[in-house]
Design a protein around this ligand. Structure first.
Ligand code: GLP
Length: 263
């Protein structure tokens, strides 16, 4: 696991965007997994800038989003559909036919989820999945207790998550309690994972994910099982890491020798 500790949110965003751009440039038809939340917003801004200024081309890419609220119309201002189109898809040249976001309005959840998994496979699997992290250590909406082998399915949100998400909704009663999310097993099958974390509010979750035991109680800890993970954390999010200095040293060595030094 590569742990990149950067100064602030801007550097985190720039680092993540560079990793995504590298993937896309090496394989223009990449299958990219995107995430929502405030954390990846800066990364999306930087990708938009790279598209406009540096010709970063998304026209051959396919995208799959991690999750979507259940029973929230895609046109709702807080749906993850709206979020993705407003903050990224409308501003880059991705083909709308190649965008997949779970359908929170589906009448047949089980079939929809099985089909979502099938579509990811048919696309050749995810080349890179971008992830944020919840304060309880969740990835996607895989709340504590989610099986580490779980697949795309309907999940009940933890109270803490509902509270965290309430800030985006005018009427608190509107905050969804359920979501369709890729499972931990689905995420682990991506060929490359990039997890972002910013701010001290995430420090405990980051510590438990990276340095704690692998446990379904902190689903981001499952990333320890994956052979190609980059965690990009700013100073605040990295502040509780025990081996913080070592991670910084590893990055310096990688720079010095221009090599991956044991991800
Ligand atoms: C939600 C999303 C996650 C995201 C988390 C953190 O739960 N389903 O994908 O990582 O929020 O959001 P934020 O980045 O706003 O802290």
């Amino acid at each position: 696991m590569r742990v990149v500790i950067v100064k602030d949110y801007e550097q985190m965003s720039r680092t993540a965007a560079l990793l995504i751009a590298k993937q896309l440039r090496s394989k223009p038809s990449s299958v990219l997994g995107f995430a929502t939340g405030s954390t990846p917003l800066g990364t999306y801004k930087e990708l938009i800038r790279m598209h406009r200024r540096e010709g970063l081309d998304f026209s051959h890419a396919r995208t799959f989003n991690l999750d979507e609220y259940f029973r929230l119309d895609p046109s709702h201002p807080q749906s993850y559909h709206t979020f993705m189109f407003e903050n990224l898809f409308n501003k880059i040249n991705v083909n709308p036919d190649r965008i997949s976001i779970p359908d929170g309005m589906t009448e047949d959840v089980e079939n929809f989820c099985a089909d979502y998994e099938r579509r990811i496979k048919q696309a050749g699997g995810l080349d890179l999945q971008l992830l944020g992290i919840g304060r309880d250590g969740h990835v996607g909406f895989n709340e504590p207790g989610s099986s580490l082998g779980s697949r795309t399915r309907l999940k009940t949100l933890a109270e803490e998550t509902v509270r965290d998400n309430a800030r985006f909704f005018k009427d608190k009663k509107e905050v969804p309690r359920l979501a369709i999310t890729m499972g931990v097993g689905t995420i682990l099958e991506a060929r490359q994972l990039v997890m972002l974390a910013s701010g001290e509010g995430k420090a405990d979750a980051v510590k438990r994910s990276i340095e704690g035991p692998v446990t379904a109680q902190v689903t981001a800890s499952a990333l320890q099982l994956h052979p190609s993970v980059t965690v990009v954390a700013d100073e605040g999010a990295a502040s509780l890491l025990m081996h913080r200095r070592y991670y910084v040293y590893v990055e310096k060595m990688a720079e010095k020798y221009e090599a991956d030094v044991g991800i």
